[in-house]
Design a protein around this ligand. Structure first.
Ligand SMILES: Cc1cc2nc3c(=O)[nH]c(=O)nc-3n(C[C@H](O)[C@H](O)[C@H](O)COP(=O)(O)O)c2cc1C
Length: 222
Protein backbone atom coordinates (compact mmCIF):
# COMPACT_ATOMS: atom_id res chain seq x y z
CA UNK A 1 0.00 0.00 0.00
CA UNK A 2 1.42 3.41 -0.92
CA UNK A 3 0.79 6.68 0.91
CA UNK A 4 -1.83 7.96 -1.55
CA UNK A 5 -3.77 4.70 -1.27
CA UNK A 6 -3.72 4.92 2.52
CA UNK A 7 -4.78 8.58 2.41
CA UNK A 8 -7.73 7.78 0.17
CA UNK A 9 -8.74 4.61 1.95
CA UNK A 10 -8.89 6.19 5.40
CA UNK A 11 -12.33 7.30 6.40
CA UNK A 12 -14.17 7.80 9.66
CA UNK A 13 -15.74 4.50 10.65
CA UNK A 14 -18.61 4.44 13.13
CA UNK A 15 -19.41 0.73 13.46
CA UNK A 16 -16.88 -2.00 14.23
CA UNK A 17 -16.70 -5.77 14.38
CA UNK A 18 -16.77 -7.35 17.81
CA UNK A 19 -13.18 -8.48 17.33
CA UNK A 20 -10.26 -7.60 19.59
CA UNK A 21 -7.31 -5.71 18.14
CA UNK A 22 -3.97 -7.40 18.71
CA UNK A 23 -1.69 -5.45 21.07
CA UNK A 24 1.24 -5.83 18.68
CA UNK A 25 -0.81 -4.08 15.97
CA UNK A 26 -1.61 -1.17 18.29
CA UNK A 27 2.07 -0.92 19.16
CA UNK A 28 3.11 -1.05 15.51
CA UNK A 29 0.68 1.77 14.71
CA UNK A 30 1.94 3.97 17.53
CA UNK A 31 5.56 3.20 16.69
CA UNK A 32 5.02 4.17 13.04
CA UNK A 33 3.13 7.33 14.06
CA UNK A 34 5.90 8.31 16.46
CA UNK A 35 7.96 9.16 13.35
CA UNK A 36 5.65 12.14 12.76
CA UNK A 37 7.48 15.48 12.81
CA UNK A 38 7.14 17.99 15.65
CA UNK A 39 8.65 21.41 16.25
CA UNK A 40 12.19 21.01 17.66
CA UNK A 41 11.29 17.32 18.02
CA UNK A 42 9.14 17.96 21.10
CA UNK A 43 6.97 14.87 20.43
CA UNK A 44 4.21 16.25 22.68
CA UNK A 45 1.87 13.22 22.34
CA UNK A 46 0.90 11.03 25.28
CA UNK A 47 -1.45 8.19 24.41
CA UNK A 48 -3.79 6.07 26.54
CA UNK A 49 -4.94 2.77 25.01
CA UNK A 50 -8.17 1.70 26.68
CA UNK A 51 -9.90 -1.65 26.11
CA UNK A 52 -11.97 -4.28 27.94
CA UNK A 53 -13.40 -3.63 31.39
CA UNK A 54 -11.60 -0.31 31.75
CA UNK A 55 -13.18 0.93 28.52
CA UNK A 56 -16.61 -0.32 29.53
CA UNK A 57 -16.46 1.38 32.92
CA UNK A 58 -15.14 4.64 31.53
CA UNK A 59 -17.63 4.89 28.67
CA UNK A 60 -20.54 4.08 30.98
CA UNK A 61 -19.47 6.90 33.24
CA UNK A 62 -19.21 9.35 30.33
CA UNK A 63 -22.45 8.27 28.68
CA UNK A 64 -24.37 8.48 31.95
CA UNK A 65 -23.01 11.98 32.51
CA UNK A 66 -23.96 12.99 28.96
CA UNK A 67 -27.47 11.54 29.27
CA UNK A 68 -27.97 13.37 32.56
CA UNK A 69 -27.74 16.61 30.56
CA UNK A 70 -24.18 17.54 31.55
CA UNK A 71 -22.56 18.65 28.30
CA UNK A 72 -19.06 18.71 29.81
CA UNK A 73 -16.33 21.18 29.00
CA UNK A 74 -13.29 20.49 26.88
CA UNK A 75 -9.84 21.72 27.85
CA UNK A 76 -9.76 23.90 24.74
CA UNK A 77 -12.28 25.11 22.12
CA UNK A 78 -12.02 22.85 19.09
CA UNK A 79 -14.76 24.57 17.10
CA UNK A 80 -15.59 28.27 16.68
CA UNK A 81 -18.20 29.69 19.04
CA UNK A 82 -19.89 31.36 16.11
CA UNK A 83 -19.94 29.45 12.83
CA UNK A 84 -19.39 31.38 9.63
CA UNK A 85 -19.77 30.36 6.00
CA UNK A 86 -18.67 28.22 4.25
CA UNK A 87 -17.91 26.11 7.35
CA UNK A 88 -21.43 26.37 8.71
CA UNK A 89 -22.84 24.76 5.57
CA UNK A 90 -20.13 22.10 5.45
CA UNK A 91 -20.84 21.19 9.05
CA UNK A 92 -24.56 20.93 8.30
CA UNK A 93 -23.92 18.76 5.23
CA UNK A 94 -21.68 16.50 7.31
CA UNK A 95 -24.42 15.90 9.89
CA UNK A 96 -27.06 15.42 7.20
CA UNK A 97 -24.98 12.77 5.45
CA UNK A 98 -24.68 10.81 8.67
CA UNK A 99 -28.34 11.09 9.63
CA UNK A 100 -29.67 10.33 6.17
CA UNK A 101 -27.46 7.23 5.91
CA UNK A 102 -29.00 6.06 9.19
CA UNK A 103 -32.52 7.18 8.24
CA UNK A 104 -32.67 9.56 11.21
CA UNK A 105 -35.10 12.41 10.57
CA UNK A 106 -34.86 16.02 11.77
CA UNK A 107 -37.74 15.38 14.16
CA UNK A 108 -36.34 12.21 15.69
CA UNK A 109 -34.48 13.82 18.57
CA UNK A 110 -34.24 10.56 20.52
CA UNK A 111 -32.35 8.73 17.75
CA UNK A 112 -30.15 11.79 17.21
CA UNK A 113 -29.30 11.74 20.89
CA UNK A 114 -28.65 7.99 20.89
CA UNK A 115 -26.41 8.31 17.83
CA UNK A 116 -24.47 11.13 19.50
CA UNK A 117 -24.19 9.10 22.71
CA UNK A 118 -22.46 6.36 20.70
CA UNK A 119 -19.52 8.75 20.34
CA UNK A 120 -18.87 8.32 24.05
CA UNK A 121 -18.54 4.55 23.59
CA UNK A 122 -16.11 5.17 20.71
CA UNK A 123 -18.85 3.63 18.57
CA UNK A 124 -18.35 0.33 20.42
CA UNK A 125 -14.93 -0.14 18.86
CA UNK A 126 -12.79 -2.56 20.89
CA UNK A 127 -10.14 0.14 21.39
CA UNK A 128 -10.56 3.69 22.64
CA UNK A 129 -7.48 5.86 22.26
CA UNK A 130 -7.12 9.04 24.26
CA UNK A 131 -4.58 11.68 23.38
CA UNK A 132 -3.11 14.01 25.98
CA UNK A 133 -0.43 16.64 26.10
CA UNK A 134 0.98 18.93 28.74
CA UNK A 135 -0.91 22.21 29.03
CA UNK A 136 2.41 24.08 29.16
CA UNK A 137 2.72 23.35 25.44
CA UNK A 138 1.45 25.87 22.93
CA UNK A 139 -0.64 26.12 19.76
CA UNK A 140 2.20 24.70 17.66
CA UNK A 141 1.92 21.42 19.52
CA UNK A 142 -1.66 21.06 18.27
CA UNK A 143 -0.20 21.17 14.77
CA UNK A 144 2.31 18.48 15.72
CA UNK A 145 -0.52 16.48 17.22
CA UNK A 146 -2.55 16.67 14.03
CA UNK A 147 0.32 15.12 12.14
CA UNK A 148 0.65 12.40 14.74
CA UNK A 149 -3.09 11.65 14.68
CA UNK A 150 -3.22 11.36 10.90
CA UNK A 151 -0.16 9.12 11.06
CA UNK A 152 -1.97 6.87 13.55
CA UNK A 153 -4.99 6.68 11.23
CA UNK A 154 -2.92 5.96 8.10
CA UNK A 155 -0.88 3.34 9.87
CA UNK A 156 -4.13 1.77 11.09
CA UNK A 157 -5.27 1.48 7.47
CA UNK A 158 -2.05 -0.33 6.64
CA UNK A 159 -2.74 -2.75 9.51
CA UNK A 160 -6.21 -3.48 8.12
CA UNK A 161 -7.86 -1.42 10.84
CA UNK A 162 -10.30 1.47 10.82
CA UNK A 163 -10.62 4.54 13.01
CA UNK A 164 -12.70 7.57 13.87
CA UNK A 165 -11.12 10.60 15.52
CA UNK A 166 -13.33 11.79 18.36
CA UNK A 167 -13.38 15.40 19.50
CA UNK A 168 -16.55 14.43 21.36
CA UNK A 169 -14.55 12.48 23.93
CA UNK A 170 -12.63 15.61 24.85
CA UNK A 171 -15.83 17.09 26.34
CA UNK A 172 -15.33 15.15 29.57
CA UNK A 173 -11.66 15.64 30.47
CA UNK A 174 -12.19 15.51 34.24
CA UNK A 175 -13.85 12.06 34.10
CA UNK A 176 -11.23 10.67 31.73
CA UNK A 177 -8.21 12.04 33.60
CA UNK A 178 -9.50 10.76 36.92
CA UNK A 179 -10.22 7.29 35.50
CA UNK A 180 -6.86 6.96 33.77
CA UNK A 181 -4.76 8.79 36.33
CA UNK A 182 -3.59 11.66 34.14
CA UNK A 183 -2.85 14.95 35.94
CA UNK A 184 -5.68 17.48 36.19
CA UNK A 185 -3.58 20.07 34.43
CA UNK A 186 -2.83 17.85 31.42
CA UNK A 187 -4.71 18.66 28.23
CA UNK A 188 -7.02 16.11 26.63
CA UNK A 189 -6.69 16.72 22.89
CA UNK A 190 -9.20 14.17 21.59
CA UNK A 191 -10.05 10.51 21.47
CA UNK A 192 -10.19 7.93 18.71
CA UNK A 193 -12.09 4.72 18.01
CA UNK A 194 -9.95 1.91 16.63
CA UNK A 195 -10.97 -1.52 15.41
CA UNK A 196 -11.98 -3.67 12.47
CA UNK A 197 -14.58 -2.01 10.27
CA UNK A 198 -18.05 -3.51 10.12
CA UNK A 199 -18.35 -3.31 6.34
CA UNK A 200 -22.03 -4.29 6.44
CA UNK A 201 -23.00 -1.35 8.66
CA UNK A 202 -24.97 1.30 6.80
CA UNK A 203 -23.27 4.06 8.81
CA UNK A 204 -19.99 3.13 7.11
CA UNK A 205 -21.48 3.12 3.63
CA UNK A 206 -20.89 6.71 2.58
CA UNK A 207 -17.87 8.89 1.87
CA UNK A 208 -17.60 12.58 2.64
CA UNK A 209 -16.92 14.90 -0.32
CA UNK A 210 -13.79 17.01 -0.84
CA UNK A 211 -13.20 20.32 -2.56
CA UNK A 212 -11.26 20.51 -5.79
CA UNK A 213 -7.64 21.59 -5.26
CA UNK A 214 -8.25 24.67 -7.42
CA UNK A 215 -10.87 25.95 -4.94
CA UNK A 216 -8.41 26.23 -2.05
CA UNK A 217 -5.11 26.84 -3.85
CA UNK A 218 -3.58 29.85 -5.51
CA UNK A 219 -0.56 29.25 -7.66
CA UNK A 220 2.23 31.81 -7.84
CA UNK A 221 4.41 29.96 -10.29
CA UNK A 222 6.37 31.28 -13.21
C1 LIG B 1 -9.96 15.98 15.25
C2 LIG B 1 -11.23 15.37 14.73
C3 LIG B 1 -12.27 15.13 15.59
C4 LIG B 1 -13.43 14.48 15.14
N1 LIG B 1 -14.42 14.21 16.04
C5 LIG B 1 -15.48 13.47 15.65
C6 LIG B 1 -16.46 13.07 16.61
O1 LIG B 1 -16.41 13.43 17.78
N2 LIG B 1 -17.49 12.28 16.17
C7 LIG B 1 -17.58 11.85 14.89
O2 LIG B 1 -18.52 11.11 14.57
N3 LIG B 1 -16.67 12.23 13.95
C8 LIG B 1 -15.63 13.01 14.31
N4 LIG B 1 -14.67 13.38 13.39
C9 LIG B 1 -14.77 12.86 12.01
C10 LIG B 1 -15.16 13.92 10.98
O3 LIG B 1 -16.54 14.13 11.00
C11 LIG B 1 -14.68 13.40 9.61
O4 LIG B 1 -13.27 13.34 9.61
C12 LIG B 1 -15.13 14.27 8.44
O5 LIG B 1 -16.53 14.30 8.33
C13 LIG B 1 -14.52 13.78 7.13
O6 LIG B 1 -14.91 12.44 6.89
P1 LIG B 1 -13.85 11.26 6.76
O7 LIG B 1 -13.04 11.22 8.02
O8 LIG B 1 -14.69 10.00 6.60
O9 LIG B 1 -12.98 11.53 5.58
C14 LIG B 1 -13.55 14.10 13.79
C15 LIG B 1 -12.50 14.39 12.91
C16 LIG B 1 -11.37 15.01 13.37
C17 LIG B 1 -10.24 15.26 12.41
Amino acid sequence: MNVTEALKQRKSVRAFLNKAVEKNKINAILEAASHAPSGVNTQPWQVAVVTGVKKKTLQEQIETTFRSGDKGKADYPYYPEKWIEPYKSRRKACGLQLYSALGITREDKQRQLDQWAANYRAFDAPVMLLFFMESAMQTGSFMDYGMFLQSVMLSAVEQGLASCPLASLSHYPHIIKAALDYPDDSLLVCGMALGYEDKEAIVNSYRTPRLEVSTFTRYFMD
